[in-house]
Design a protein around this ligand. Structure first.
Ligand code: TYD
Ligand code: MG
Length: 457
């Protein structure tokens, strides 16, 4: 028998407590505990132990006998989206798309729905906008196709019923925060509701083979609202990341059960919706008329393709006892660490300087290959001496002052050469034997000091 019990659930991390408190004991955030009614089964509450399994005994299967067929994929018709999905939409998969309000989640899914509906039936469930609004947008984005239906509904049980009846190939839920389950009393968007509605939709996808897209709102900190459980439950998590005010939109796969993570898809927002950027290398470089100090160009390799990227630094004398270290698009702690290495191993002290570092284009760089450009950009700003034009660099910098190799060095060099870069400072182990690639001079370095010397001459 089910018994109702009250508990206080943290809306940030999902931890449950018997009593209310100002601060969550799980994750330490303030003012996030909310009362929720949870149903517990009598056996669990009563402590009665299950001693035997009354049902049929499940049979395991030999790994060799498990069918090795690849999950069938349907291309969404949008190449950059297919790329982050790992090569198309997988039947019965659940994909969560997160991003700031107004970044283009609904636009992207509407465009994907339009092309997908040529081969599959698509059901677009809107919990935020009216049918008219969604319909208007669909018309603006291109000819609405016959295979697409709209539904304005927020009750997950009703949505699941509709999906079981209409049997679409793709179901889009815009957004998961507006959907509620009638089994629970808490408000839509509350942790318990997110968990329950997402669980029901995941079950629906696995049982029926419908591919589901969930739109998820993000919090101020940039993570999808609600506990991480949402990310654990789904197969694929995509995030929009971008610069406020930039027209470019970058989607990153942060989790993918059917493909590689950290794959990037690049779009530009136009009057007619999102357009793919097939060759994104040059868009993350700002075009300077004359050489400027504090700017360094590097090649990152996020996912399966290399991309040129500009790192900017501003180093300015500080009036604070604790000078500022601000990193946008990079990890802050890594910046502090790199500055310490620069001091210890190249003798350049910035302890009385404010240091700001920014990755152009709003991209977030997780790769350590950006270490060298970060330091050389900071050094260039510190000395107010521009780096030479046509210079590119990459490499991880270790605590002992060594410059370590990164993956796919040669591929990065070729990409830079293709875009007209003529000189490259690279870790010695990444340097090709001939020290030349398509007319580019390669400067191999083993230690940070050598890299600093290389930009001096
Ligand atoms: P939207 O997809 O509604 O964002 P989200 O669902 O992530 O909140 O995108 C809204 C923004 O995109 C809005 O500011 C207008 C802009 N936009 C265009 O520039 N062109 C278009 O064709 C469309 C549909 C939207
Ligand atoms: Mg929207």
């Amino acid at each position: 028998m089910a018994k109702a019990r009250k508990q206080y659930t943290c809306q940030a991390c999902g931890a449950g407590f018997p009593q209310w408190a100002g601060q969550c004991g799980g994750c330490g955030t303030w003012d996030t505990l909310q009362e929720e009614v949870v149903a517990t089964t009598a056996t669990a509450a009563g402590g009665a132990r299950r001693t035997g399994w009354a049902g049929e005994v499940p049979r395991s299967q030999r790994l060799m006998e498990v069918a090795a067929a690849e999950a069938p994929r349907t291309p969404t018709g949008i190449g950059e989206l297919d790329r982050v999905l790992g090569g198309g939409l997988v039947q019965g998969s659940v994909t969560l798309i997160g991003g700031d309000p107004g970044i283009g989640k609904s636009t992207l899914l509407m465009q994907a729905a339009a092309t997908l509906s040529e081969s599959l039936d698509v059901l677009y469930v809107t919990g935020e906008e009216s049918l008219q609004q969604v319909g208007l947008r669909a018309r603006r984005l291109g000819a609405p196709s016959a295979g697409m239906s709209l539904l304005a509904e927020t009750c997950v049980e009703a949505i699941a019923e509709a999906a079981r009846t209409e049997k679409p190939g793709v179901l889009i839920i815009d957004s998961i925060q507006t959907i509620h389950s009638e089994n629970l009393q808490s408000a839509p968007g509350a942790v318990a509701q997110l968990r329950e509605t997402a669980a029901q939709l995941v079950r629906l996808a696995k049982q029926t083979g419908i591919a589901i897209f969930l739109v998820g709102h993000v919090t101020k900190e940039g993570v999808i609202a609600g506990p991480r459980v949402l990310e654990h439950m789904v197969d694929t998590v995509l995030y929009f990341e971008n610069d406020a005010g930039s027209r470019y939109r970058v989607i990153r796969a942060v989790k993918n059960r059917f493909g590689a993570v950290n794959e990037l898809g690049v779009f530009v927002m136009t009057e007619g919706g999102l357009k793919e950027v097939r060759n994104p290398s040059a868009i993350f470089l700002s075009k300077h008329d004359a050489p400027v100090s504090g700017s360094a160009v590097t090649v990152i390799r996020e996912g399966s393709r290399p991309m040129l990227l500009e790192v900017q630094a501003l180093v300015d004398s500080s009036h604070l006892s604790n000078p500022r270290r601000v990193a946008v698009g990079l990890e802050q702690n890594r910046l502090s660490m790199l500055l310490a290495v620069l001091h210890r191993h190249a003798g350049i002290a910035m302890f009385d300087q404010d240091v700001f570092v920014n990755v152009v284009g709003g991209l977030r760089v997780a790769e350590t290959s950006a270490d060298l450009p970060v330091l050389l950009a900071a050094l260039s700003s510190f000395r107010d001496r521009p780096l030479q034009t046509g210079l590119v660099m990459f490499g991880e910098v270790g605590l002992a002052g060594e410059v370590r190799p990164v993956y796919n060095g040669e591929e990065r060099l070729r990409e830079a050469a293709k875009h007209g870069f003529r000189r490259a400072i690279v870790p010695r182990d990444n340097a090709p034997r001939s020290l030349r690639i398509e007319g580019m001079e390669i400067v191999p370095v083993r230690r940070l000091g050598e890299a600093v010397d290389a930009v001096n001459d």
